[in-house]
Design a protein around this ligand. Structure first.
Ligand SMILES: NC(=O)c1ccc[n+]([C@@H]2O[C@H](COP(=O)([O-])OP(=O)(O)OC[C@H]3O[C@@H](n4cnc5c(N)ncnc54)[C@H](OP(=O)(O)O)[C@@H]3O)[C@@H](O)[C@H]2O)c1
Length: 257
């Protein structure tokens, strides 16, 4: 039996990863801050699928939280075969409207935690000659959109580079770039969603199924939906200056997170 560690497992995309991986028979290490919710999720997945679900309460915006998850990933006696770096959040507002403290917290969770947890996981996976890491980025990585987009662009670039460096080691890395997904994300950030057309919303369970298929295919970047693949194709061809204008007008209130 293999083990997957998922950060941000209790809601949205992370919870969809947990459901799918448990249904496939993987043991899980569930990471988030809310201990009660983690316990309930572990019990439910264990009872429904007969898998072992360990809980690790950790705040990835803190040194102690990142270190605790690093330590678990480095435990050679209970190896983790798949890491899903999924925990993340949005801040409402444009540049200079968001406090510096919130900007730095975002970089801690989206960049520092992803770097350190990927490194802890892959150094032990490389010794075993197998393993996988999915780093959840966003299509916002391809748009000039404040610290959120910049942090997700880092996730994509870092993951692609690390995947290249680890080619041939048996360890696969993939950046997952979703568009809008119905989760708790927008409500938590206090963002309105009324202006987002229905066709732009993705289903978390379908997204996760497509992401795992892309990892199995050896993709290093996954945009798992034809609508967003087409949109990102247009984005690539659009002059950067124009893109910045459109992105800024669309605003942080409603734009793709
Ligand atoms: N929803 C979208 O439209 C969308 C689109 C593209 C990319 N994404 C990305 O997908 C990922 C998951 O987002 P989601 O939409 O599923 O969000 P969500 O429904 O709000 O779930 C976020 C999860 O992360 C955990 N979390 C948040 N901050 C944390 C921290 N400091 N330390 C540890 N765990 C933390 C939350 O649990 P606790 O609060 O208990 O810690 C929760 O389990 C994020 O990286 C996000 O940027 C989302």
């Amino acid at each position: 039996m293999t083990t997957a560690l998922i950060t941000g497992s209790t809601a949205g995309i992370g919870a969809a990863f947990a459901r799918r991986l448990a249904a496939q028979g993987h043991n899980l290490v569930l990471v988030a801050r809310d201990t009660k919710r983690l316990g309930e999720q572990a019990t439910e997945l264990h009872d429904r699928h007969g898998i072992e679900a360990e809980v690790l309460a950790a705040d990835l915006a803190t040194e102690g939280g990142i270190a605790a998850v690093e330590q678990r990933l480095g435990d050679r006696t209970h190896p983790v075969d798949l890491l899903v770096n999924n925990a993340g959040f949005g801040n409402k507002g444009r540049y200079l409207e968001v406090s510096m403290a919130d900007e730095l917290t975002m970089l801690k969770v989206h960049v520092e935690a992803v770097l350190r947890l990927t490194s802890a996981a892959t150094s032990s996976m490389r010794e075993r000659g197998r393993g996988g890491v999915i780093n959840v980025a966003s299509v916002a990585a391809f748009l000039p959109r404040g610290t959120y987009g910049a942090s997700k662009a880092w996730v994509v670039q870092f993951t692609q580079g690390a995947a290249k460096d680890l080619a041939g080691s048996g360890v696969r890395l993939m950046a997952l770039c979703p568009g809008f997904v119905r989760t708790e994300f927008h409500e938590r950030a206090g963002m309105g969603t009324d202006n987002i057309p229905g066709w732009m919303w993705l289903d978390a369970d379908k997204l996760v199924a497509a992401a795992l298929a892309d990892l199995a295919r050896g993709r290093t970047v996954s945009i798992p939906d034809p609508r967003y693949k087409a949109l990102m194709g247009v984005v690539k061809l659009t002059p950067r200056g124009l893109l910045g204008g459109v992105s800024s007008r669309t605003g942080r209130k409603y734009g793709p997170q």
